[in-house]
Design a binder for this molecule. Structure first.
Ligand code: CA2
Length: 148
């Protein structure tokens, strides 16, 4: 990695996040996933940011296994709280993975207070709304030693 080079970062979104902006806007905001993705591209023009969303656990695992990105930003949605399989995929990948949640999961139902993924992630950003994606990209770039 060299300063000023272009980083490759993959943003993965899990189940139901394809519905962003259409309902539960008090919790998740009014932006659609496409708008969030467009904003990430616009805000980090020097870097290659790619995107993947799936409602299927195995597809999220395939995306982690197959990526050639240098870092992953992951909002695994509800699988955050249940998926040993996604945790194992993150651990096996040896990639820096930054976990993101739009909402403040600590301020919600107790079943959302535990993330099975956090212990194998580089770090976690939650509670800052959809700005969390941009913050996670900054965190990934810093981890990798890139300028932004
Ligand atoms: O706050 C987050 O980003 C979450 O990862 C969102 C998940 C939830 O299960 C996690 O506990 C926290 C749920 C995503 C559901 O997304 C929707 C978006 C719009 C409308 C309905 C659901």
């Amino acid at each position: 990695m060299y300063l000023c080079d272009m980083a490759k970062i993959l943003i993965i979104n899990g189940p139901n996040l394809n519905l962003l902006g259409t309902r539960e806007t008090d919790t998740y905001g009014v932006m659609s996933l496409q708008e969030i993705e467009n904003q990430c591209v616009k805000n980090f023009p020097k870097h290659h940011i790619s995107f993947f969303q799936s409602n299927i656990e195995g597809e999220l695992i395939d995306a982690i296994q197959r990526t050639n990105a240098e870092a992953v930003v992951l909002n695994a949605g509800g699988y955050t709280h249940t998926s040993v399989a996604i945790r194992d995929a993150i651990a096996a990948s040896e990639l820096p993975v930054v976990e993101v949640h739009i909402s403040n999961i600590s301020a919600r139902e107790s079943f959302r207070h535990t993330s099975l993924l956090s212990p194998v992630c580089a770090g976690v950003i939650f509670g800052f709304g959809v700005d969390g994606y941009g913050l996670a990209i900054v965190a990934s770039l810093r981890l990798l030693g890139y300028d932004f």
